[in-house]
Design a protein around this ligand. Structure first.
Ligand code: NAP
Length: 550
């Protein structure tokens, strides 16, 4: 690591996609940057997660950095949906090529950050007591970082092996010949269940909410497709940036009522065969119009019934009680078909109550299931978990844990009133998890970089979201979500999966394209909605050193 100058211009927390790009971007502008990362290497969620079957369900040609022609040209993705191992290798490749590791401190978990008004500096303290001072901090802590461990009676009494998907051992355990239970059927459960069923003697799946799962139809990329992307990457990336979700889905342009019933069915079938989430974009009103939503949901119900041979099991797998696509769509391979195997049992917690976990198995109201291994695929304390794990103290005694006790509030997801010179990457109130997150990460890092440049050019000391602008933005975030069916599901998007977590729809669902335009306009208007103060810090130095001499 290069020697750290104190104070830093920018300290970044986290070295996933956002931290790696942040170090490169800010450093290339002449800023004095350091990232601190809890893991021993880069990768973020792709470093911590490594359970069997883990892939990204955004096309690999799109789930990658877009800012560098060179990085893009010299890397070849092998499959439509890249495995964890390939994505982790890619982030390491990017980190090597950008030579960012020298400005990242690994094995360094942040305990607290505190803003000092007199000096306008943040002090960032690690769990081991080391601390840094920095003029700006960038929270690149990720949306899906902190595992959620369920509070199930007796879980502490279990004498077998217990794993959480988010903390999967680097040396994957050998499950062959064992009786295994998986709790959770979200994206993680859906990916691991078919593979675990092949390894385990018996697999018991504990399902609280059945998943809508679309077939991935994963496979190697045809060479011509890879070449096409290589030749046209910038134009394709620009199209993605200007789309609703930052990814080149096949977005239907017509509402349900404008399409004849026989054409709807044919199009849904074509999209189903194509694989991936395209099927949920068949009409442009799937998440805003109940009737359109039900047409797609019923299509899925028929698919589940035709994939699963035992009708009773099929009924258990059919989701109910929430509109399709209001919980994150799952993408899987042979997910429903796995329940046709003799060694797979399904516990449906809608009809059978989980009483407790015992030393050697799971007891429900219907019986006892002996197991040697329990795997928790129970998800994350999403979007706010990693930020609130740090004791963040802003101006005037503001503490983020208190300020967000009724739910997260931000201005465009990146700024928070009361926390000057602190930026959040893909924070609540931005499209983040409702988009191709790498596209959103790049946007945020570049917007923050432009803002830092503005602060430097104008010799400014602090920038902070104005409370009224923040309120207006949050009203807009709520209003846009309120126009959809998204609040009708108890999803992690709303914090509903964590007991006691305040429920508020967290991502901005007005579209990546609209969001980018708004952010561009805010910057063009001299960072409208932010309060910008001062010309120099307490010691008479410009807020950020001029880059001219670097
Ligand atoms: P998740 O979507 O939150 O799913 C967790 C599952 O565990 C749900 O089925 C949940 O049921 C269940 N559960 C939680 N607590 C439980 C309890 N006490 N008893 C029984 N069941 C319980 O988490 P995830 O599957 O890890 O996925 C989270 C997100 O990560 C995804 O939505 C996606 O954005 C991302 N991800 C992406 C990929 C990919 O790219 N393919 C893969 C994995 C994850 P309820 O629904 O009833 O709460």
């Amino acid at each position: 690591m290069t020697e750290t100058q104190n104070p830093l211009d920018v300290l970044i927390v986290g070295a996933g996609f956002a931290g790696v790009y942040g170090v490169h971007k800010f450093r290339s502008m002449g800023f004095n940057v350091l990232a601190v990362e809890a893991g021993e290497n880069v990768g973020g969620t792709w470093y911590w997660n490594r359970y069997p079957g883990l892939r990204c369900d955004v096309d690999s040609l799109e789930y990658c950095f877009g800012f560098s022609e060179e990085l893009q040209r010299d890397w070849t993705w092998t499959e439509r949906y890249a495995r964890q191992e390939e994505i982790e290798r890619y982030i390491n490749y990017a980190a090597d090529r950008l030579d960012v590791r020298k400005d990242i401190r690994f094995n360094a978990r942040v305990a607290s950050t505190a803003f000092d008004e007199a000096s306008a500096l943040w002090t960032v303290t690690l769990e081991n007591g080391d601390s840094y001072q920095s003029r700006f901090i960038v929270m690149a802590t990720g949306c899906l970082t902190v595992p959620k461990t369920p509070d199930i009676a007796g879980i502490g009494d279990f004498k077998g092996e217990l794993f959480h998907s988010v903390r999967w051992p680097r040396q994957s355990p050998d499950l062959s010949g064992k009786n295994v239970a998986v709790i959770g059927t979200g994206s993680t459960g859906v990916q691991m269940i078919p593979l675990l069923a092949q390894q385990a003697r018996n697999l018991v799946v504990v399902q609280r909410t059945p998943a809508y799962c679309v077939p991935a139809r994963n496979g190697p990329w045809p060479e011509e497709r890879v070449e096409y992307w290589r030749q046209n990457f910038s134009q394709l990336r620009d199209m993605a940036k200007n789309s609703r979700a930052g990814v080149l889905h096949e977005y239907g342009i017509l509402p349900l009522h404008a399409i004849r019933p026989e054409d709807r069915e044919a199009d849904l079938e074509r999209r189903w065969l194509k694989g991936g989430p395209n099927v949920t974009y068949a009409f442009n009103d799937v998440v805003t119009n109940k009737a359109a939503n039900e047409v797609v949901a019923e299509f899925f119900h028929r698919k589940i019934r035709s994939a699963v041979t035992d009708p009773a099991t099929a009924e258990k797998l059919i989701p109910s009680g929430f509109p399709i696509a209001t919980k994150r769509m799952c993408v899987g391979t042979d997910y429903y078909e796995t329940y046709n195997r003799d060694n797979v049992q399904l516990i449906d917690l809608r009809t059978e109550k989980l009483e407790q976990i015992e030393a050697d198995g799971i007891r429900t109201t219907d019986g006892f299931y002996p197991v040697d291994v329990i795997i928790l695929a129970t998800g994350y304390d999403a979007m706010t978990g990693a930020l609130l794990a740090i004791d963040i103290q802003g101006r005037d005694g503001h503490r983020l844990r208190e300020d967000w006790s009724h739910g997260p509030e931000s201005y465009i997801g990146m700024g928070i009133s009361g926390y000057p010179n602190m930026f959040v990457v893909t924070g609540p109130g931005s499209p983040s998890v409702f988009s191709n997150v790498v596209v959103s990460i790049e946007h945020d890092i570049e917007w923050i970089a432009d803002c830092l440049d503005y602060m430097r050019e104008h010799g400014k000391r602090t920038i902070e979201a104005d409370p009224a602008a923040q309120d207006r933005w949050m009203d807009h975030v709520d209003e846009v979500a309120g126009r959809t069916l998204l609040n009708e599901a108890a999803s992690w998007y709303r914090g509903a999966n964590v007991a006691g977590k305040p429920q508020r729809f967290m991502p901005y669902v007005g579209g990546v394209n609209t969001y980018r335009d708004t952010c561009r306009q805010i910057a063009a208007n001299g960072y409208e909605g932010f309060n910008i103060d001062g010309g120099s810090d307490a010691r008479g130095e410009p807020a950020i050193a001029q880059a001219a001499d670097t």
